[in-house]
Design a protein around this ligand. Structure first.
Ligand code: GLC
Length: 460
């Protein structure tokens, strides 16, 4: 039984491979025979992460190498004089192989075709992480050291580190700039982007050659890591102690010594829910922070990637895992695991999502359960020594994934319903499951995606 599910997943993953002139270069988002493809017949950079890691672990690095080379060619390289092109350094959200007779070409989507015209901020960050994983798995550092790759990394960093209107060390982004690629109130400084940003900075620091052209940008990376870490650990953190502090905050404080730096009004914090939901020893990083805004929703990618990348301190990482364990039914339920918790309901749903029917409460991005997240749960569990938690979660996933034909997401408070508009044979569901299994079987592979605490994070 067990082997047959794994075997089935492998076969499904192989069927999802995209070829460009006979070379494998990526995987389709989904292969659902019964639904209109829309853009699910494309290779998304974020979706390819789990596939890439699985291929690397299985000793098939060629597809990852081809992916890296081709996507790098698609990156925006020049500043356009009409100032209407996307920013230099941007990577596409997805791409497609177009076949015309004997001729083939790749068509990228930078958000210019995507539903809602959303900007894929996360693509360039994931791209650097895939490159690092490839180098770690194969030892082929020469690829990353090639001029075009060094330039590609530099352009991404320049795009992220350039001085803008903002004084925070975090990245300011529009709504829907990452896995949640629809309006969900994740504009501003959402945690997910900050965790990926931190990981990308760490990866770039390892990959950039210490030479004259890179000097300036390497300094930029080093200068940003410390303040970013401190900002997230201090201001995004939520546990009972912090909640007590915030409860007693005073508003309208001016100057450097203000305690309530972001002018958070106590009334905006859902204390009734949080005082019951937060376990004594657990905690998590809040979803977003801005002027008079502390989004107290729990976002899974941001929290798990903060653990995996060591953006969260070791103590915070343990507390986040403690929370997941204690709130297993809410966050994992019948399918690991929820994308965020709790869902936006009623008027909040109307105002924040723009009445998006796909994002109704406890569906899709608004509190749905996404099986792909199981690999991040596996990585974070292994990093914090919670083997039982991940073994249990994998058992739960196994019961349904194959029977539900590798659904994209699940609906309902406890994730019991196959998502209303969920695709079947969703590739990252398949690859995420395989990756979780591989990580559990050999935790050595964790190093492909995780980072040890660095000197700065050790001090905090
Ligand atoms: C949906 C998801 C996005 C994913 C894409 C392809 O748009 O929100 O995160 O990359 O589907 O699977």
């Amino acid at each position: 039984m067990e082997n047959s599910i794994v075997e089935e997943a492998w076969q499904a993953l192989e069927k999802a491979i995209i070829y460009y002139y006979d070379r494998p270069i990526g995987t389709l988002a989904a292969r659902d025979p019964n639904l209109e493809a829309l853009n699910y017949d494309q290779c998304f950079i974020r979706d390819f992460v789990s596939s890439a890691l699985v291929f690397l672990i299985k000793g098939q690095p060629e597809i990852v190498r081809n992916f890296l080379i081709e996507t790098l060619r698609m990156q925006i390289k020049e500043r356009q004089l009409d100032f209407l092109e996307p920013g230099r350094g941007l990577m596409p959200a997805s791409f497609k192989v177009i076949v015309e007779n004997d001729y083939q070409y790749l068509q990228p989507d930078f958000g210019d075709r995507a539903i809602g015209r959303v900007t894929p901020v996360d693509s360039c960050l994931w791209w650097i992480m895939i490159l690092r994983a490839y180098v770690k798995a194969t030892g082929d550092i020469e690829l990353a050291h090639q001029d075009e790759f060094q330039r590609g990394i530099r352009l991404i960093l320049e795009l992220c580190l350039v001085a803008r209107f903002d004084i925070y060390p975090t990245l300011l982004v529009p709504d829907g700039a990452s896995m949640i690629d629809r309006r969900m109130g994740t504009n501003g400084h959402p945690l997910e982007i900050q965790s990926l940003f931190y990981a990308a900075l760490r990866a770039a620091n390892e990959l950039l050659l210490d030479n004259k052209v890179n000097q300036f940008i390497i300094q930029g990376v080093k200068n940003r890591l410390g303040p970013l870490t401190e900002h997230i650990r201090k201001h995004y953190w939520l546990d009972m102690e912090r909640l007590n502090d915030i409860y007693h905050y005073k508003g309208e404080e001016y100057g450097e010594h203000a305690l309530n730096q972001f002018n958070i009004y106590s009334d905006s914090i859902p204390y009734a829910w949080l005082t019951e939901w937060l376990p004594e020893r657990g905690g998590y990083l809040a979803g977003n922070l801005g002027p008079s805004q502390l989004d107290c929703r729990f976002f899974t990618v941001g929290n798990l990637m903060a653990i995996i990348s060591s953006l969260a301190s070791p103590r915070q990482s343990q507390a986040i895992m403690e929370l997941i364990e204690q709130r297993f039914d809410d966050l994992i339920g019948y399918m690991p695991m929820k994308i965020c918790f709790p869902a936006l309901e009623d008027r909040d749903w109307k105002l924040v999502t723009g009445c998006d029917p796909k994002n109704r409460p406890w569906s899709y991005h608004n509190g749905g359960n996404w099986p792909v997240l199981i690999w991040m749960l596996a990585a974070a569990s292994l990093k914090t020594g919670r083997i039982e938690l991940i073994s249990h979660a994998i058992e739960i996933a196994k019961r349904r994934l194959s029977a539900d034909r590798w659904a994209e997401y699940y609906d309902g408070k406890n994730g019991r319903l196959v998502g209303k508009e969920a695709r079947k044979y969703q590739t990252w569901t398949i690859a995420g499951f395989l990756l979780a299994q591989e990580l559990l079987a050999n935790p050595e592979h964790l190093k492909l995606i995780s980072f040890e605490p660095d000197e700065i994070t050790n001090r905090a």
